[in-house]
Design a protein around this ligand. Structure first.
Ligand SMILES: [Zn+2]
Length: 105
């Protein structure tokens, strides 16, 4: 069974692209980080600031539900998919070729 090169997916997709796909409001200026309501546990409070994202480092953390990880983990968590499916979904939505990991030798 072919496997996806998750590292390659993470390298070619940015946190900002993931947030845009999730319809998450992005800061207007070129900010390094943002805080807001958490899309993982679907915080209903618009004033919530438990969710924090590092745009440059492609990392996120929520102090409300405890979820954390990279941008691929975030996409998987919000869309309720396994990371494998989320990676394929991301590539399709962004019209990028899927980086398959092929075993050599
Ligand atoms: Zn959360």
């Amino acid at each position: 069974m072919p496997t996806v090169d998750f590292r390659a997916v993470r390298a070619m997709v940015s946190m900002a692209e993931v947030l845009r796909l999730l319809d998450y409001p992005l800061p207007l200026a070129e900010a390094d980080s943002l805080r807001g309501s958490c899309p993982v546990h679907r915080s209903t409070s618009s004033k919530s600031r438990t969710f924090s994202v590092h745009l440059k480092r492609n990392l996120f953390r929520c102090f409300g539900c405890g979820s954390a990880g990279n941008h691929l983990d975030l996409y998987a968590a919000v869309t309720r998919q396994r990371v494998y499916q989320a990676a394929l979904d991301l590539c399709e939505k962004l019209h990028r070729p899927v980086p398959w990991l092929t075993k050599t030798g």
